[in-house]
Design a protein around this ligand. Structure first.
Ligand code: BES
Ligand code: MN
Ligand code: ZN
Length: 493
C-alpha cells in the first residue's frame, strides 16, 4: 500500500474513492473543509442528506454515496467524526479505523483521504497524518499464510493520497512503522504448527540477510546448555520443537555506544505443560509469542526508519507442552543467573524463559532493557484490552513508556513493583517460587523478572490483554509495536 500526499481539487480528481469527515454540528461553517467543498460541487446534496439524517455523524459511523453528481470520482465515503470540539485522539482513530475498514471491504483499490487535514485536540499535523496512514494500513491487513483471498474478495488498497500540511517524511516514517506492525501481526496470527521457535529464528535470519546494519545470533539447545540457560531449556523440554534464543543486533550509532535491548516472550504455543490449561479457548495460546512478534516488529520499524541508535532484539522462543520429558511442578531449576527456582506451576512458563533471556541481555551492557510478554491472565482482569501494563522501578523509564503510549494511542498504564510483593515468591526449597499466589498476579510475575535485572534500567510490559482480539476483528493487533517504536524515536532527540 503506497502513501502519497494530495493537494488538488477534491471534486475533480478521478480516484476509486474520496474519504471525507463530517462533524455533528448544526453550524454548516464548522463542517470539515472537504465536506464543504464536496457539498458545493454536488449542489448541496450532502448538506441535504445531513439534514434528513441520511448521513451519520457519530464518530466511527460511515455513509457511502455512489456516483455523486458533480463529483468526478465514483464513490464518496463520508465518515462521522463526532463533535468538532471533541475530536481527540480516540475519536479520530475511531473515524480512521472505520473508514479504513469500509474502504477495505469495498471494491475501491485507491483513495484520496481528507480525514488527515482535520484538527485533532492536542495533536500536530504530522501526528494526524501518520495516524491516518497507520490506521488505514492496519485495516488493510489480511492474514495470508494459510488462507488466500477468494476469487471475489474485495481488493486490497493499492494507494492512498492524504490531504495534509505535514511533510512527505512523516508519511515515509508511517510506512516504516506500518511495515513493522504488519510483520508482527503476520507472525502472531500464524498457526502454532508453522510458527515454531525455529520458524521465528528463520524470520530473524531473513531480517539480518536483507538489512546490512543487522546481524543475528541464534542459540540452539546445546549453546543454551553451555550458557546454563536451564529455565528456558526446561520449558522447551516437553516439545519436539526445540527452543531457540534469538538475538538481532542493529548497529547505527558509534560502535561503542551501548544498545537499547527489547526482549520478547516467544512461547509459540502454551498448553500450560503438565499444569495443563482447560480445553476451551486453548487455541488462543498460539498468541503467546506476541511479545516476541512485537519486539521483532518494532525492531524492523527501527531499521526501516534508520534510527541513529544501537538496538538489540532478543527473543526467548519455546513451546510449552506436556510430555514424559516435560518439566514438572516441584522441579527446582538453576537459571543462567545461578539463582534457583522452584516450579509450582508449569503454566507460569513465560517468566521462566524470560529470566534467562534477561540475564543474557544484561551482558550486553544495555542503556535500557524493555521486555514484552503475554505474561499473565491477571493482567487482562486488571486492565482489560485497552492498555498494556508497565512495571518498572525507574520512574523516568515508566514515564518514557507511558508517554510513548499516549503519543501513539497504543496505551499503557503503570502497576507498582514495590518490594512488599516480593515475599509472595519465597520458597522453602529454592531462591524463589515461580508463582506468587492469587493476589496481584501480574505484579508478582513482574517481581520475579525484576530479580534478574538488578541494577539495570529495566521495564516489563505485560500485553496479555492488548496483543490480540477475539470474536470481533479476530487476530493479532500488532501492539505494542507503535509504542516501542515511538519510545526509541523519542530516544534519538
Ligand atoms: N500465557 C499465559 C498468560 C495468558 C493467559 C495471557 C490468558 C493471555 C490470556 C501465561 O503463560 C500463563 O499461563 N500464566 C498463568 C500464570 C499463573 C500460573 C501464575 C495465568 O495467568 O494463569
Ligand atoms: Mn502459561
Ligand atoms: Zn504463557
Amino acid at each position: 500500500m503506497d502513501f502519497k500526499l494530495f493537494s488538488d481539487e477534491l471534486a475533480h480528481v478521478n480516484q476509486d474513492c474520496i474519504i471525507a469527515g463530517v462533524f455533528k454540528t448544526t453550524d454548516a461553517s464548522m463542517q470539515s473543509q472537504a465536506f464543504k467543498s464536496l457539498d458545493t460541487a454536488c449542489n448541496g446534496q450532502l448538506s441535504q442528506m445531513l439534514t434528513s439524517r441520511d448521513i451519520a455523524t457519530a464518530a466511527g459511523k460511515v455513509t457511502w454515496l455512489h456516483q455523486p453528481t458533480g463529483i468526478t470520482s465514483p464513490r464518496l465515503l463520508i465518515v462521522g467524526c463526532g463533535a468538532v470540539d471533541k475530536l481527540d485522539a480516540g475519536n479520530y482513530r475511531k473515524a480512521c479505523l472505520a473508514a479504513g475498514k469500509a474502504l477495505r471491504n469495498s471494491r475501491a483499490a485507491n483513495a484520496i483521504c481528507a480525514l488527515s487535514e482535520l484538527s485533532v485536540n492536542n495533536r500536530d499535523a504530522s501526528w494526524v497524518l501518520q495516524t491516518a496512514a497507520l490506521d488505514f494500513a492496519h485495516t488493510d491487513y489480511r492474514y495470508t499464510r494459510t488462507k488466500k483471498p477468494g476469487k471475489h474478495a474485495s481488493p486490497a488498497t493499492d494507494s492512498i493520497a492524504f490531504i495534509s500540511s505535514a511533510s512527505e517524511q512523516a508519511l515515509t516514517q508511517a510506512a516504516a512503522i506500518a511495515a513493522g506492525v504488519a510483520s508482527a501481526r503476520h507472525l502472531g496470527d500464524a498457526p502454532p504448527n508453522l510458527c515454531t521457535p525455529v520458524d521465528l529464528a528463520e524470520h530473524a535470519q531473513q531480517l539480518a540477510d536483507t538489512q546490512d546494519k543487522v546481524t543475528v545470533e541464534i542459540l540452539d539447545p546445546q549453546a543454551m546448555h553451555e550458557l546454563g540457560m536451564h529455565a528456558l531449556l526446561a520449558v522447551g523440554k516437553g516439545s519436539i520443537n526445540p527452543p531457540r534464543l534469538i538475538a538481532l543486533h542493529y548497529r547505527n550509532d558509534s560502535a561503542d555506544a551501548d544498545p537499547y535491548v527489547l526482549v520478547g516472550k516467544g512461547i509459540t504455543f502454551d498448553t500450560g505443560g503438565i499444569s495443563i490449561k482447560p480445553g476451551p479457548n486453548m487455541e488462543q495460546m498460539k498468541y503467546d509469542m506476541c511479545g516476541a512478534a512485537s519486539v521483532l516488529g518494532a525492531f524492523e520499524a527501527v531499521v526501516r526508519l534508520n534510527l541513529p541508535l544501537n538496538v538489540t532484539c532478543v527473543v526467548a522462543a519455546a513451546e510449552n507442552m506436556p510430555d514424559g520429558k516435560a518439566y514438572r511442578p516441584g522441579d527446582v531449576i538453576t537459571t543462567m543467573s545461578g539463582k534457583t527456582v522452584e516450579v509450582l506451576n508449569t503454566d507460569a512458563e513465560g517468566r521462566m524463559v524470560l529470566c534467562d533471556a534477561l540475564t543474557w541481555s544484561t551482558r550486553l551492557n544495555p542503556v535500557a532493557i524493555v521486555d514484552v510478554a503475554t505474561l499473565t491472565g491477571a493482567c487482562v482482569v486488571a486492565l482489560g484490552h485497552h492498555a498494556a501494563a508497565i512495571m518498572t522501578k525507574q520512574d523516568s523509564l515508566a514515564d518514557e513508556l507511558y508517554s510513548a503510549g499516549q503519543t501513539t494511542h497504543d496505551r499503557a498504564w503503570r502497576l507498582p513493583l514495590w518490594d512488599d510483593y516480593q515475599q509472595q515468591l519465597d520458597s522453602d526449597f529454592a531462591d524463589m517460587k515461580n508463582v506468587g499466589g492469587m493476589p496481584a498476579g501480574s505484579i508478582t510475575a513482574g517481581c520475579f523478572l525484576s530479580r534478574y535485572v538488578e541494577d539495570q534500567r529495566w521495564a516489563h510490559l505485560d500485553i496479555a490483554g492488548a496483543a490480540w482480539q477475539w470474536g470481533k476483528n479476530n487476530g493479532c493487533t500488532g501492539r505494542p509495536v507503535r509504542l516501542l517504536t515511538q519510545w526509541l524515536v523519542d530516544r534519538c532527540s
